[in-house]
Design a protein around this ligand. Sequence first.
Ligand code: NAD
Length: 359
Amino acid sequence: MFETIGSDEHEEILFGQDPVSGLRTIIAIHSTILGPALGGTRFYSYANEDDALVDAIRLSKGMTYKAAVAGLSLGGGKGVIIGDPSQIKSESLLRAYGRVIESLGGRYITAEDVGTTTDDMITIRRETRHVTGLPTSHGGSGDPSPATARGVLAAMRATAMEAWGTDDLAGKTVAVQGVGKVGGDVVRRLATAGSKTIVTDVNQKAIQAMVEDCGSTAVAPDEIYDLEADIFTPCAMGASLSETTIPRLRCELIVGSANNQLATSDDAQRLIDRNILYAPDFVVNAGGIINIAEETPGYSEDRAILAVERIYDTLTNVFATAKERNIGPSAAANALAEERLTTAKQQQSPIRHQEVRSA
Ligand code: NAD
């Protein structure tokens, strides 16, 4: 078990269950060095418990890095609930889950993710205060997708500036893979910016909406890799950049919202070898969490928009660091996250001792 977790990695993994409602949950707290561990709750019918544990471990570490690079005072965590939400989700199960979160005393803060909704957050809120991403009607920041899409556009402009010396996206061709909540909004924003969009999705209705509303050109899911485009924008599932897809790409930049776009760490080098500038996914797609973090001081949309737009500067700094150190952008983003964590750890140690002594 500890080998799976990794000896120097996660602070804590909590297994919780409630036989009455059928809740089986794993909450992984990767790091609270920068603040409480924030990460959504994934409700999914995992094939087995090991898969659920591995997912919680992987996703919570990703949240630590995302928050660290974005400059947030938040750590990384993730909750998973095992089971098919359409079959077992109930008020009593969500409330039992809320009690598990409450038992962590604020070290983990949840939000929505695959299989959970903002309305589910209201139910969980009945048992614990440590919930974000509540609907705007409940004083929350609502659906994070528009903020994520805004961040993707900011990242696209920063990447364009790095590659082309201009951040004007007018006239550029952007191939968008997946036009759901984030990808669809990205396409709408690109249409406003004067870009041409080529879209694909496994959902025909989603494609049709883009063709009708934004004048996009539609292609079949597998064709998207072979298209000549200025920018490739993965907004569907993870691992779309791999040993088999990278040789097919005919774009100059990759900037998209999907989590874990690189199938393996070798794929970062494959993109460098092909002279394609890759904007690291966890820097690009931080808009949602930046927006949610604005709930802590009391949500203000104007302040949240300014905070999300700063992804432009964050990414510019990642590219500058990559150049200075002669490394790729992915390695630079990881290094910046790890350096911020190391500094915070060094600064916190004496304070923690002080607290112990005075207690
Ligand atoms: P979504 O489910 O609304 O949209 C995903 C879309 O991708 C759907 O329309 C789906 O039909 C399509 N799709 C699935 N498989 C596909 C394939 N093989 N080819 C083409 N299209 C395919 O999800 P979303 O909220 O828009 O998130 C998109 C991505 O961005 C995900 O990877 C998610 O983890 C990531 N992300 C989202 C947010 C957010 O705020 N929603 C924040 C950070 C990261």
